[in-house]
Ligand binder design. Structure first.
Ligand SMILES: Cc1ncc(COP(=O)(O)O)c(C=O)c1O
Length: 401
């Protein structure tokens, strides 16, 4: 029998809403029910063949050992080239780049390296759910500032952001393109945030894992590219998961000034130690090899985004706006008068469709759900039709349609 309680920090971690919804869906599937999974932020495509082959070759060639904690120098060089070419960020491979085993760990290292107990961390809501748990693990205090919506775009509320800064504020976390809202921050918005961070001496954690998924001419801008002063205080977090459909291979990278990189490296050393050697070799192929498969995947997401929009916009009571980036729809269902768990469970039981309850993305998400279009066209359209049927049996309680 266990006598001692587990740690308070572990107790404080909220379970993942995606995992909870998936568990409910699996139960239904075990009963023989067809469930439409529109819940996970996971590309349904396979890892491109050239990348898989590189990983296999690497195993055969003996890349099965520890690598330097910060990652293989040749991969760090490939990342530095890509950062300069694509993100307009100049980073020294030997001291400003750390290879992680995915964006999740990258975010965790960034938070752990900057946040002390009692420090406040500003997030723009709706935000990627795990940020809250990471800040809590570091003993920090999450300060949620809702974004303001105009048309299809969610913008940071700059006045509220400035008011929210206190002597205890240490970090602002941003995510562009945004999971779940799908908004892509403009250069002007990023510059305003960057200047605010400089004024108040804040760190910026910039989560850019959806950088390639931008549509209709929207441009992804890396905040660290905007000025030397902004770059100095920014930790850019990126990953191979979404762009190269490499979710299960676990690879990412963080970019920051040498002292933050060193701090992250120390925490990495005592947690995950290093990314798998064979995956790092595959990462070089991903960055330096042909990008045709990436382009093909992105054009499929773009097609699905339009297909889904046509059907979603016909559903009465649901308010949806066209995402500027990512592979998510952020659906406003407040007109049905239910909280987001109630509506997600209703959708599952009546439509057999799995979506993510909006409250997982902060208080501003209540009454919303997130729908992922990283799934086959067939699954997506059948799921949306079933969702529409189920919602048509509900009575919207407010004026939106
Ligand atoms: C906004 C955001 N950041 C980071 C991640 C981390 O992804 P990974 O750990 O697979 O790189 C995800 C994954 O869903 C995400 O949506």
């Amino acid at each position: 029998m266990q006598r001692n309680p587990i740690s308070r920090r572990a107790e404080a971690i909220h379970p993942s809403a995606v995992a909870e919804m998936l568990a409910m869906g699996r139960k239904m599937e075990a009963e023989g029910i067809k469930v439409y999974r529109l819940v996970q932020g996971e590309p349904d495509f396979d890892v491109p063949e050239n990348i898989r082959e590189a990983a296999k070759r690497a195993l055969d060639e003996g890349y099965t050992h520890y690598t330097p904690n910060q990652g293989m120098p040749i991969l760090r060089e490939a990342v530095a080239d890509k950062l300069e070419r694509v993100n307009r960020i100049k980073a020294k491979p030997e001291s400003e780049i750390i290879i992680t085993n995915g964006g999740t760990l990258g975010l965790y290292l960034a938070v752990m390296a900057t946040v002390d107990p009692g420090d406040e961390v500003i997030v723009l809501a709706p935000y990627f759910g795990p940020y809250a748990n990471m800040v809590s693990l570091a003993g920090g205090i999450l300060v949620e500032i809702p974004m303001v919506k105009s048309g299809s775009h969610y913008s940071p509320d700059l006045d509220r952001l400035s008011e929210a800064v206190s002597p205890r504020t240490k970090v602002i976390m941003i995510n562009t393109p945004s999971n779940p809202s799908g908004s892509v921050m403009t250069r002007a918005e990023l510059l305003a945030i960057g200047e605010m961070a400089c004024r108040h001496d804040l760190y910026i954690i910039a989560d850019e894992v959806y950088e390639r998924m931008v549509f209709d001419g929207h441009e992804h801008v890396s905040i660290a590219s905007l000025s030397e002063e902004i770059k100095e205080r920014t930790i850019t977090v990126n990953s191979f998961s979404k762009t190269y459909a490499m979710t299960g291979m676990r690879l990412g990278y963080n970019v920051a000034n040498p002292s933050i990189t060193k701090a992250m490296s120390k925490i990495y050393q005592v947690s995950a130690r290093c990314a798998a050697a064979s995956t790092q070799i595959a990462g070089i192929e991903a960055l330096r090899g042909p990008q045709t498969e990436v382009e093909r995947m992105i054009s499929r997401y773009a097609e699905r985004r339009l297909m889904a929009y046509k059907r979603l916009s016909r559903i009465k009571g649901l308010h949806c706006c066209m995402p500027e980036g990512t592979f998510y729809y952020w659906l406003d269902m407040t007109s049905f008068g239910m909280n987001s768990w109630e509506i997600a469970k209703y959708i599952l039981s009546e439509a057999h469709v799995l979506v993510t309850p909006g409250s997982y993305f902060g208080g501003a998400g209540d009454g919303f759900v997130r729908l992922s279009f990283a799934t086959s066209e067939e699954n997506l359209l059948a799921g949306i039709d079933a969702l529409g049927d189920a919602l048509s049996r509900l009575q919207p309680t407010s004026g939106r349609s």
